[in-house]
Design a protein around this ligand. Structure first.
Ligand SMILES: Cc1cc2nc3c(=O)[nH]c(=O)nc-3n(C[C@H](O)[C@H](O)[C@H](O)COP(=O)(O)OP(=O)(O)OC[C@H]3O[C@@H](n4cnc5c(N)ncnc54)[C@H](O)[C@@H]3O)c2cc1C
Length: 416
């Protein structure tokens, strides 16, 4: 490595890899970013882009979100979430307590083929050498450096003398598999499926995303997320340990709910599925993992950073990419890429996000108790102040901590 001119390679150009590249470019740090796909490409996802994503993109460049807001064909603004309890009662929770004029929306929904492509279009050619359509097939570490081999158009190429590799290659990451110690564990992993539909009726006027905890699908959940042009992303998720324990067929259960659930089926009477139901895994951040080691960092799904309650992973992919760029800058200044130096990335990420991930894990476990869920939603249905408290919980981590406290439920019980 030449002092202060390391060879940096990011593998994967989804939200995690793109964010790492964009923030590195902002710091003037040259690098290569490689992806097996040619963009725009599809990614199996619920397509909901939360407040955390909006926050990171604003940190990158304040013009991005206002631009998305004008792209009405590909981005739809979302102002809240509807929770439907197993007993069919629903509560609407706005992401912001008050919605004023000229406010930018707190979240969006956009097909990943559009959202990810918007990030790719912004990669800075002055600093980012982007190689697409190139699948990394092996990574070998010799001494302090890596050789990375990829195949593009059947031609094999090896990049040598790489000082730092960022694994942003999602679930099943080749970087994670080759260098990190963690293994897939079903209790920290979720199975997910999704399909696109047109003509689903009864969407919320402010495009609230909908999470339905249907009795026939517990402890999994079913979602309906509105998309532009009358489309919807419809899907279901369940912890993999429960899928195997109960021998669940998620696809069959989702189609059964759409055809027969009294609160769902009427809304699909004129709906048509576009394409087919597709599945992919969600590596959950309910357990702390090693996110770095000698010469490598893992961001996004490669580091298993998905919120265990909401299934949201785009936010933490972007956020970890932003912090990875900070850690790389510090490592370049120190002219060291060893595990001890890169460890600051794990510390920075978990210092900021572990409390939230832990709470979401608690909430994920609470959904197993359908009576508790019914009880809270019944109360919130009748009680505006409680609805507002829950709404604030989305923005305020300390308030959300109340959900772990038995006193919270006791107070609900005695306050009728
Ligand atoms: C069914 C489902 C629903 C979901 N719903 C939501 C939701 O509504 N909101 C939300 O925030 N999150 C959701 N998620 C999670 C979200 O999709 C992920 O957390 C997010 O995509 C992580 O981004 P990433 O950049 O880490 O990985 P990815 O988006 O997976 O990107 C990885 C990239 O690496 C490339 N790659 C992989 N291997 C190689 C290789 N060997 N060589 C070169 N390139 C490679 C891939 O082509 C890809 O472009 C959902 C996930 C699933 C499965």
């Amino acid at each position: 490595m030449q002092p202060n001119k390391p060879n940096i390679l990011i593998i994967g150009a989804g939200p995690g890899g793109s964010a790492t590249s964009l923030f590195l470019a902002k710091k003037g740090i040259p690098h290569t970013i490689i992806d097996k796909a040619v963009f725009p490409r599809d990614k199996i996802c619920g397509d909901a882009i939360s407040g955390k994503s909006v926050y990171v993109l604003n940190r990158l460049d304040e013009t991005i979100i206002p631009t998305f807001n004008t792209q009405k064909d590909t981005f739809i603004e979302s102002w809240g979430v509807k929770f439907v309890a197993p007993n069919g009662k629903a509560i609407d929770i706005p992401f912001k307590k008050e919605i004023g004029n000229n406010q930018l929306p707190p979240g969006f929904i956009s097909k990943r083929q559009h959202f990810d492509f918007e990030l790719i279009k912004r990669l800075d050619k002055n600093y980012a050498n982007f190689i697409d359509g190139a699948e990394v097939t092996s990574i070998v570490r010799t001494g302090n450096q890596f050789s990375v081999t990829y195949i593009k158009n059947t031609v094999e190429t090896t990049l040598s003398n790489i000082d730092l590799v960022v694994g942003a290659d999602g679930d099943r990451s080749i970087v994670g598999k080759t260098f990190a110690s963690f293994k897939k564990e079903n209790k920290h992993y979720c199975a997910g499926i999704r399909a696109y539909y047109e003509g689903v009726e009864g969407m919320h006027a402010q495009n609230f995303i909908e999470l339905h905890f249907l009795p026939e699908m517990l402890p999994g959940y079913f979602w309906i997320f509105p998309l532009p042009n009358g489309m919807a992303n419809v899907g279901a998720g369940m912890l993999s340990s429960e899928v195997s324990k109960r021998k669940v067929n998620l696809k069959a259960d989702m189609l059964n709910a759409i055809a027969n659930n009294p609160n769902i089926s009427a809304r699909f009477k004129n709906a048509k599925m576009q394409g087919k139901i597709q599945g992919w895994g969600l590596p959950l951040g309910s357990k702390k993992r090693e996110l770095s080691g000698d010469g490598f960092l893992l961001v996004g799904d490669a580091g298993a950073l998905i919120d265990p309650f909401t299934g949201e992973g785009i936010g933490n992919a972007l956020y970890s990419g932003m912090l990875a760029a900070d850690s790389i800058e510090l490592a370049i200044k120190a002219n060291r890429f060893d595990a001890a130096t890169l460890k600051q990335f794990d510390v920075a990420f978990y210092d900021r996000q572990w409390d939230e991930l832990k709470l979401s894990h608690t909430m994920q476990r609470l959904t197993k108790f359908d009576w508790l869920f019914n009880f809270v939603v019944n109360k919130a249905y009748k009680n505006k102040a409680l609805r507002e408290t829950i709404s604030c919980m989305f923005e305020d981590i300390d308030l959300r901590a109340k959900l772990r406290n038995p006193l919270f439920y006791f107070k609900l019980l005695i306050n009728d």
